[in-house]
Ligand binder design. Structure first.
Ligand code: NDP
Ligand code: HSE
Length: 407
């Protein structure tokens, strides 16, 4: 029997206990022995819940118990998760986590500590909820040079954008719904402003480059500025608006960003709706590979954590190497990124000198109209550098929207 401890009995942690109980026999078959939850650590009491029997409030009880070989960390946040994880790994216990904030910041260091102590630090659930993406990158796509990873990496925002687009629902109302369903972060600003997707693309890019990609270096925009009018234009263009995390290798260097994009139906991410995430990986040999599944939520996320626990149980005392050094990876400059942009701005008329100059400099653009929208001009540019568009539009006060276009 292998003893496991679960840190945090919230959405994910309670899901981990549920998966281990519900699929006890299948898991036993896969591991070769039974997995038993010996302790659950939380700050709260859970009167009437069977978890009460395993509940502890002092982490040292778990740390000092030599029978506990694997810890599932589902508390979230940087501290005390970092200290708890580090001490567990130093004690030779493996740690499986869904905590992307911690992985993005300290992943390389914690992997090195795990290696030194013949333990494992696994984080399948940290990216894409229930979607297997970390292990496929580490184990299955190792024959390729990965040149692009792009995807819908946040379930909450994809759920919000889908409900707003298809049902005309109000932002705040859908966000509340996503929170009630357990999709959102404790501080939902992390979802809405793109920080969560940013940490996930940083983790994926770190794994692809084998070096530390600092999430602070990634240009990040969220969905809070997307309006009902933007959806009207999207509909007119037969496109959808998706928050994408993108890392693309150009001339030997990765360029990364998180931002809303207009995508059309030829892009497989167009059909990724609701809480589902989709991750496209391009390798120089395998070509395009797509990963799809629920990006958030109790059971899908817990399923990924438990798959890590199974892997850790099958490899007790043996480190599975993961290439991710602490050396910093220098991303390409965001300002140099090129793309097409959808722009909405006040229509000052064709006689306006600044407008005339703008369109002269932009060259040919594709004008877009949306039903019932007046008093503004909307268009799609040709390929232009981020820095150049910013410079051109900086002269105008009434720019309502700038959304990158992926078609
Ligand atoms: P919850 O807030 O639902 O659960 C966290 C639990 O940990 C709470 O019960 C909390 O108690 C407890 N906790 C917090 N600090 C401590 C501590 N110091 N000691 C003991 N217990 C503590 O969060 P989630 O389950 O949603 O998320 C957990 C992690 O998983 C986060 O990193 C999140 O980003 C990640 N994640 C979440 C997904 C989801 O769909 N929800 C999907 C993928 C990843 P209390 O409430 O009393 O503070
Ligand atoms: N809040 C996150 C999301 C949880 O909505 O995607 C999964 O990482």
């Amino acid at each position: 029997m292998v003893n496991v401890a679960v840190l945090g009995y919230g959405t994910v942690g309670s899901g981990v206990v549920e998966v281990l109980n519900t699929n006890k026999e299948i898991i036993k078959r896969n591991v070769g022995e039974e997995l038993k939850v010996k302790y659950v650590l939380d700050l709260r009491e859970f009167e009437g819940d069977p978890v009460q029997e395993m509940l502890v409030h002092d982490y040292d009880v778990i740390l000092k118990d030599k029978d506990v070989k694997i810890i599932a960390e589902a508390m979230g946040g940087e501290e005390p998760a970092y200290t708890f994880t580090k001490n567990a790994l130093l004690a030779g216990k493996s740690v499986c986590t869904s905590n992307k904030e911690l992985v993005a910041k300290h992943g390389a260091e914690l992997l090195a500590i795990a290696k030194k102590n013949n333990a494992n630090y696994f984080f399948e659930a940290a990216v894409g909820g229930g979607i297997p993406i970390i292990r496929p990158l580490n184990d299955c796509l190792t024959a390729d040079e990965i040149t692009e990873i792009s995807g819908i990496l946040n379930g909450t925002t994809n759920y919000i954008l889908t409900q707003m687009s298809e049902k005309g629902a109000a932002f705040e109302e859908v966000l509340k719904d996503a929170q009630d369903k357990g999709y959102a972060e404790r501080n939902p600003e992390a979802d809405v402003e793109g920080y969560d997707a940013c940490r996930k693309i940083a983790i994926l890019t770190s794994l692809v480059t084998g070096k530390q990609v600092d999430f602070e270096d990634i240009h990040t925009e969220g969905i809070s500025k997307i309006t009902e009018t933007d959806f009207k234009y999207a509909k007119a263009m037969k496109a959808s608006i998706k928050l994408l995390g993108i890392s693309r290798k150009i001339d030997g260097k990765f360029y990364s960003m998180v931002a809303p994009f207009l995508v059309k139906s030829k892009n497989p991410l167009y059909s990724v709706k609701g809480v589902f995430n989709g991750i496209l990986v391009h390798g120089n040999m395998v070509d395009d590979v797509m990963f799809y599944g629920q990006g958030a939520g109790k059971r899908p996320t817990a399923s990924a954590v438990v798959s890590d626990i199974v892997e850790a149980a099958k490899n007790l005392g043996k480190n599975i190497p993961v290439e991710w050094e602490e050396t910093k990876y220098e991303l390409g400059k965001f300002s140099e990124c090129k793309g097409k942009f959808f722009v909405r701005m006040k229509d000052k008329g064709l006689d306006d000198e600044e407008m005339t100059t703008l369109f002269e400099k932009l060259g040919e653009v594709l004008y877009v109209r949306a039903e019932g929208v007046t008093g503004e001009v909307a268009f799609i540019t040709n390929e232009i550098k981020e820095v150049e568009l910013t410079e051109l539009l900086s002269k105008f006060e009434d720019v309502y929207s700038i959304i990158r276009v992926d078609f």
